[in-house]
Write a protein that binds this ligand. Structure first.
Ligand SMILES: C[S@@+](CC[C@H](N)C(=O)[O-])C[C@H]1O[C@@H](n2cnc3c(N)ncnc32)[C@H](O)[C@@H]1O
Length: 220
């Protein structure tokens, strides 16, 4: 898929590809036809555009970064999709709306700092000491943005706690399960902080790969 990526915008990577793969597989049986899509933390817009290709009806996308908002807007037009693209913090810009399909590839990499980073690119991946700054907020906010029969698909690293995500969804009143897993070699960010992650016991002594998981959540 052709995607323009201005400087400072997340390059679609292994996590993006895994969720896109799930969208294509699940889209084959027409599951997403006619659904309204919310792509939260949209980056280039890759996920939302894939969902529209899989038959979804409309796309709303949100990102905190101005450049990502511009990239999602441009890429959606490039693919003939009149997406509504909003700048804001997670679900805040769509507080009173519900969607049939919610997609999220949020920042989830454990970092040294407890608060969201100021450096632009780090905002694409850093998510506090346990990697859950954004994940926990997505789990808590999901029920309010999901239609009665809506589906949320989220991708994260197992390093930031897949069971924690399942537990948080349950706490929020949703049922959830892991749909797919993939092992991928550490990218530059994890390689650069492998030492710290090892010291903190988050990865094994010789670990050079992480496991990505796609999690589905819906109303029970
Ligand atoms: C890992 S990238 C994912 C981009 C794209 N969805 C993909 O799969 O390629 C995470 C994105 O989250 C955005 N982001 C970070 N904090 C956010 C927040 N609080 N609200 C909305 N977006 C945020 C970043 O700007 C970045 O574009």
């Amino acid at each position: 898929m052709l995607l323009l990526r201005p400087p400072g915008v997340y390059r679609a990577q292994g996590d993006t590809s895994l969720l896109r793969h799930v969208l294509r597989e699940r889209g084959r049986n027409g599951e997403f036809v006619g659904r309204s899509v919310l792509d939260v933390a949209s980056g280039t817009g890759a996920l939302g555009i894939e969902a529209l290709r899989a038959g979804a009806a409309s796309l709303t996308a949100i990102d905190l970064s101005r450049r990502s908002v511009a990239a999602t807007w441009l890429n959606s037009r490039l693919h003939g999709i009149p997406a509504v693209v909003l700048r804001g913090d997670l679900f805040a810009p769509v507080a009173s709306r519900r969607f049939g399909l919610v997609l999220a590839n949020p920042p989830y990499v454990p970092s040294d700092t407890p608060s969201p980073p100021r450096y632009r690119m780090a905002r694409c991946w850093d998510a506090g000491p346990d990697g859950r700054l954004l994940l926990d907020r997505i789990c808590a906010g999901a029920p309010a943005v999901l239609d009665e029969d809506g589906v949320l698909l989220l991708v994260q690293s197992a390093l930031s706690g897949e069971q924690a995500t399942l537990d948080r969804f349950e706490k929020a009143g949703l049922v959830s399960e892991v749909l797919m897993r993939a092992r991928i070699p550490f990218g530059p960010v994890l390689r650069s902080r492998a030492h710290t992650l090892r010291d903190r016991g988050l990865i094994g002594p010789d670990q050079t790969e992480e496991e990505l998981v796609v999690i589905e959540a819906r109303h029970g």
